[in-house]
Design a binder for this molecule. Sequence first.
Ligand SMILES: C[S@@+](CC[C@H](N)C(=O)[O-])C[C@H]1O[C@@H](n2cnc3c(N)ncnc32)[C@H](O)[C@@H]1O
Length: 301
Amino acid sequence: MSVNKTQDYYRYQPIDLMTEYTICESLSSLNSPYMAALKNPRSYGSIVGKRLQEEDILRGGCRICEVGGGYGSLMKGLLEEYSSSVDKVFMTDLSMFLLKKQRETLKRWGSKVTFINGDIAEIVHLFAGMDVIIFNEMMGDLDTWRIADGKNLPREIEAFVGRYELEIPTEGSFNFNYGALKVVEALCKVGTKAFIAEHSSDPVIPGTMEYLGKGLASGGFPREIRLKGHSEFTIRFSHLVTVARALGRNITTGSLIDLVGVADTNKMRFIFLSRASATDEQEIIYELLDHIREYRWLIIK
Ligand SMILES: C[S@@+](CC[C@H](N)C(=O)[O-])C[C@H]1O[C@@H](n2cnc3c(N)ncnc32)[C@H](O)[C@@H]1O
């Protein structure tokens, strides 16, 4: 058994998010070529803000914490549209390098935004007073345990799995998002709401775009994604949901395809099914569709 950890990578390396493909960066501005795939082009931050407003989480005087905000693009998009409803923002990150980038991106909002350097696994309980904590594409970086045999669980995992009656394989090896589950458990216990988006090991495909499920593994356990200098893992959302519900919280969840509003057109279907790449636009759309179909979002209230 081993544990995948990314703390040293984020603490000590100058991070280049362009070597990873994040949906947030791809849809960070209306000038992005990826906007060609959306019904109503809007920045990702504005999309998340709108959803939080519809859930009655983002409203006057709102206090938001964003964990692992990368270059600050999500929060920039959110504040560009909703800053009048936001009282305070706390950008929390393990990487001093990325906090510096976030400070530059968000400088226009001055003292509304505070920057905190820390490991969320150790400090999540300190955000009990927030209206919402945003975790965008960062849960997969938290500790993931590679379990060698489902019949022989480490005692700590056995206790956690038993407490929430989590479904796991009864034999053979699998990966377990223990770091993400502990963070969700902690925020549910202190009563904080959360928005989470990440690659999932149990994706959901919108009924009208079933073709996007072609060749996509679903219902599985977390998969390792090897990246420059570190690995991250897909998240088993059904486990997060089970823990949140067991702690008395309400949840809504869905596909990022629906959240961002990928255009449900024959052109999209053609590009995806034929892997069309005759033009730059087709190539970009194919890349986005192939990537986004694995993503889910979850709101815990
Ligand atoms: C893959 S990047 C995602 C960046 C951005 N949210 C996006 O969607 O483009 C992961 C982010 O989480 C931060 N991070 C990773 N582990 C963390 C931890 N344990 N505590 C706080 N921040 C962490 C990284 O420094 C980085 O900002």
